[in-house]
Design a protein around this ligand. Structure first.
Ligand code: F6P
Length: 325
């Protein structure tokens, strides 16, 4: 086994608040344990194009509170090809990088898994995504901040919804997962959440309308998980057609959900997982994502982390239902 002296870090996929805190934690923890560190720009693109810079403890000063990622990020198409990965490997060797820490979501860790297998390169993943859709970790870096951002926005929308006695369909991100939608609905006291995990969209909308929410309330908030076909617009149009008596509006929160200074929870999570990544390398762990379960740092093999069946806690659905009467 090659002795690991130099660790390369990159952020990949959609940025998430707390990625900078994670970069800082990995860098400082690595330097503290005697490794050298290199920052790879623009995710896997930077590895392919040799955009790599030496990192010192100062490189990561004053970034813990900043949203986004100082390393920039990308969704690299080239890295999905064997030729792209070959180039990435050659640059890694040229730069003297012995191991990689990849901070990103499902696609990024899938890339790391393939790369690690192909070239026998030690890769450690950190779950960096607002979607919270990685298996084997209770939380991903960025999720808590985004949840709070959504909550702030919805609280504001509720003021106007209430004043005008309107139904608002508010669309939130999450890709194929409903964690943001369901938990923000609970946090905001919304009337319903429409999420991809709960099969039939008719059922979810029908359920909400069927309860005659408007009989007892003068406004309603429905949080809708983004979806190419059945987003907030789709539901609003349906309600407008089927219930013309209701005054309906749509608000799509969009990319503002990914921005902003990370919450304390995300900063602490990023710090623990970043330090955990270096512990994993010292422990000879390979090709695992560092996650958190029941407040303990855990190592999850890539093949499990990228499973698509994390699953929504049914109790949350019940609680939302009961509390929105
Ligand atoms: O995975 C993070 C995420 O923000 C998803 O919630 C969303 O579907 C997607 O990225 C948006 O990607 P882009 O920034 O490329 O529009």
């Amino acid at each position: 086994m090659v002795e690991i002296k130099c660790i390369g870090i990159l952020t990949s996929g959609g940025d998430a608040p707390g990625m900078n805190a994670a970069i800082r934690a990995v860098t400082r923890s690595a330097i503290c344990k005697g490794f050298t560190v290199k920052g790879i720009m623009r995710g896997y693109e930077g590895l392919i194009n040799n955009e790599i810079v030496p990192f010192t403890t100062e490189s990561v000063s004053n970034i813990i509170s900043r949203g986004g990622t100082i390393l920039k990020t990308a969704r690299s198409k080239d890295f999905q090809t064997p030729e792209g990965r070959q180039k990435a490997y050659e640059n890694m060797k040229k730069q003297g990088i012995d191991a990689l820490v990849v901070i990103g979501g499902n696609g990024s860790l899938t890339g790391a898994r393939i790369f690690a297998k192909e070239f026998d390169v030690p890769c450690i993943g950190l779950p960096g995504t607002i979607d919270n859709d990685l298996y084997g970790t209770d939380l991903t870096i960025g999720y808590d901040t985004t949840l709070n951002t959504i909550m702030d926005c919805v609280d504001k929308i509720k003021d106007t919804a209430n004043s005008h006695e309107r139904i608002f369909f508010i669309e939130v991100m999450g890709r194929d997962a409903g964690f943001l939608a369901l938990n923000s609905a609970i946090a905001c006291g919304a009337e319903a959440a429409i999420i991809p995990e709960e099969l039939m969209e008719e059922d979810q909308l029908g359920h909400f309308i069927g309860r005659g929410i408007r009989k007892s309330k003068n406004s309603s908030i429905v949080i809708v998980s983004e979806s190419p076909k059945c987003g907030a617009m789709y539901y609003a149009d349906r309600v407008k057609k089927e219930y013309p008596e209701y005054d309906v509006r749509v608000s799509i929160l969009g990319h503002l959900q990914r921005g902003g200074s990370p919450s304390a929870r995300d900063r602490i999570l990023a710090a623990r997982l970043g330090a955990g990544a270096i512990d994993a390398i010292l422990d000879d762990q390979r090709n695992v994502m560092v996650g958190i379960r029941n407040n303990e740092v855990v190592y999850v093999p890539f093949k499990d982390a990228i499973r698509s069946d994390k699953g929504i806690n049914q109790d949350l659905i019940r609680v939302l239902d009961e509390l929105s009467i």
